[in-house]
Ligand binder design. Structure first.
Ligand code: PGA
Length: 251
């Protein structure tokens, strides 16, 4: 049985005091619940260290939203895996569609980041997903296959235990337009099949595949009840403790 994983991607939101408020509300709201899932928050870099202190002795785990693929050096503005580890990160999101589109990250760059993060024992939330144009052209599976093949190139079977795949159709991110449970399930099943073909059925069975794109408390339960949907990567709805907790409760 795969344990569900609910992760909150704060994106470029919340300064230090807003972060403190949100985490305090979240951890106190979760403290009396019996949860069936893992919970991860991914605040911006500037709040990671404080977040790490505030989640001590709670079930909440810490992740970053991005990382660079070098250990150190003249890379102005970038942050290395060791730096993330030093402020308590266990996870890092790599290849989010906003990184791919706004910051022009290619599958090759993303692959370098995945390798470097794994080398430093960070767990990776590896994001993939098609645009609306690609879905309308009926090439969703081809796009996802290319992202998986190139993004996970050179990653071995053992390393796959530190990878979570997040399927996020770009047309559903931040738009309020959620994929239907069946649309999401179909792609999740296809991704699991790709992983089985590339590795083995046990790697595929153990792989956590999250859905992301306008997940809200009122649509989470139906999405999360699909056989191949093992969690959610949540943007907008994780910025309010109540709605993030609502999704966590649905898992
Ligand atoms: P959203 O974002 O929940 O606001 O659609 C999801 C994401 O980008 O991870």
């Amino acid at each position: 049985m795969r344990k569900k994983v609910i992760a909150g991607n704060w994106k470029m939101n919340n300064d230090l005091s807003e972060s403190q408020n949100l985490i305090t509300k979240l951890t106190s709201g979760l403290s009396n619940l019996k949860l069936n899932c893992d919970v991860i928050i991914c605040p911006p870099y500037t709040s990671l260290s404080e977040a790490n202190s505030l989640i001590k002795n709670t079930i909440v785990k810490l992740g970053a939203q991005n990382v660079y693929h070098e250990d150190n050096g003249a890379f102005t503005g970038e942050v290395s895996p060791q730096m993330l580890k030093s402020v308590g990160c266990e996870y890092v999101i790599i290849g989010h569609s906003e990184r791919r589109t706004i910051f022009k990250e290619s599958n090759e760059t993303i692959n370098k980041k995945v390798k470097k993060a794994l080398e430093h024992s960070l767990k990776v939330i590896f994001c993939i997903g098609e645009t609306l144009e690609e879905r309308e052209k009926n090439i969703t599976n081809d796009v996802v296959k290319k992202q998986v093949t190139e993004g996970l190139e050179g990653i071995d079977e053992k390393e796959m235990s530190n990878i979570i795949v997040a399927y996020e159709p770009v047309w559903a991110i931040g738009t309020g337009k959620v994929a239907t449970p069946q649309q999401a399930q179909d792609v999740h099943k296809f991704i699991r099949q790709l992983i089985e073909n590339k590795y083995s059925s046990s790697v595929a069975d153990d792989l956590t595949i999250q859905y992301g794109g306008s997940v809200k408390p009122d649509n989470a339960e139906e999405l999360l009840s699909q056989p191949d949907i093992d969690g959610a990567l949540v943007g907008g709805a994780c910025l309010k403790a109540e709605s993030f907790i609502g999704i966590i409760k649905a898992a």
